[in-house]
Structure formats: structure tokens, C-alpha cells
Design a protein around this ligand. Structure first.
Ligand SMILES: [Zn+2]
Length: 78
């Protein structure tokens, strides 16, 4: 008899609830530095944006690229 796949739901992670263009409040998110992107910010003239691995209160995790100048979310990546 097969075992129920309990505990598997963990692997179906919902995306984090944040959108491109939103202000990124690093205090609200459990943000961990991931990587730098040599990409221009979509919202200001910064030439570099920073990627963070984030997790919200519900345990949803994802990666967001944030401009260090205007602190807006530029991208959500995997
Ligand atoms: Zn910017």
C-alpha cells in the first residue's frame, strides 16, 4: 500500500507576494543577499541592482532583484 504523500505540499511553494515596482522593505522580509546584477534599474538611473532571497510570514520564498537606490523591486527571478 502506498503511503500518503503527506509533507509533500512543502515543495509546491507559492510565489512571494511582491510585485515589480513595489517598494522593497527589507525589514518586512527575511531577506538574504543572493547576487548582484549589472543591470540598470527600471525606475532610476542606478546601474546595479541586488538580488535577495526573501521569505514572507507565510513561508513563501522567492528571489527578488532590488535597486539599492530607489529600493523598488525590479524583477522576481527563480
Ligand atoms: Zn532604482
Amino acid at each position: 500500500m502506498r503511503k500518503a504523500l503527506s509533507g509533500m505540499d512543502h515543495y509546491f511553494l507559492e510565489p512571494v507576494l511582491i510585485n515589480v515596482g513595489e517598494d522593497f522593505k527589507s525589514i518586512v522580509w527575511k531577506a538574504q543577499y543572493d547576487m548582484d546584477f549589472n543591470t540598470e534599474c527600471l525606475f532610476c538611473f542606478s546601474e546595479k541592482i541586488t538580488g535577495y532571497r526573501v521569505e514572507d510570514e507565510a513561508g513563501r520564498s522567492g528571489k527578488v532583484a532590488v535597486c539599492p537606490h530607489c529600493e523598488k523591486v525590479n524583477a522576481i527571478y527563480a
